[in-house]
Design a protein around this ligand. Sequence first.
Ligand SMILES: [Zn+2]
Length: 256
Amino acid sequence: MNHSDHSTDNGVVEILNKDAKSPVVLVCEHASSYIPAEFEDLGLSEDALKSHAVWDPGAMALTTRMADTLDAVLVASKVSRLVYDCNRPPEAPDAMPGQSEVIAVPGNLGLSAHQRAARVARYYQPFRTSVAKVMAHKAAPILVTLHSFTPVYHGVPRAVEIGVLHDSDDRLAEALLTLAKGMVPYDVRRNQPYGPEHGVTHTLKEHALPAGHLNVMLEVRSDLIADASAQDRMARTLSDWVAQACVRVGADPCGV
Ligand SMILES: [Zn+2]
């Protein structure tokens, strides 16, 4: 990847590998734990600020490696999902959640309509515009969003290791699930640990479904991408898997 080919939009969006050849567009909505100073840590404790409530640990490192391997563009939010969750529409109550799993978010309680609108304008709209522009730049973009999830939720360990999530268009998800048995040495499940009923397919619905573009959301358990070597391994596995799934549905992942 050409790391100098890197731009930001109002300091809240990062676009890597902008002129990449692949039609694959990688998106990482929960890439960052950064909370701008004006929010005073949203009133969170030190422990909460380090937790998965604030971001998806390992997801950006994983997705950056995939952008390199696939020669794909990557769009990421540079601000914590607790400030604005870029995988939620402005009207969703959890776009600025007052509670995340067991963690209360004092700085998000009792927000006025004006405060909510200001966050939408400052953090969500630039992100949305960037993804739309990157998608429009490709003749036939293939949207792949990357997330990580915590291995223990509300005290219950999760067996699923990789989730393949889809909304009404399951073409790419089906291809991935079909290929998984032979090439992915993990516990792979459809629409787990989250699914469309949890509101997590917003980016897919916003940027791929209306135009009929291939799309999928991948959720990786965060303990499997906890350090650089694990992220390298997972990025190679996911990149090969996505590339083969694209071929299976008649798309050329190399864009040549
Ligand atoms: Zn996420």
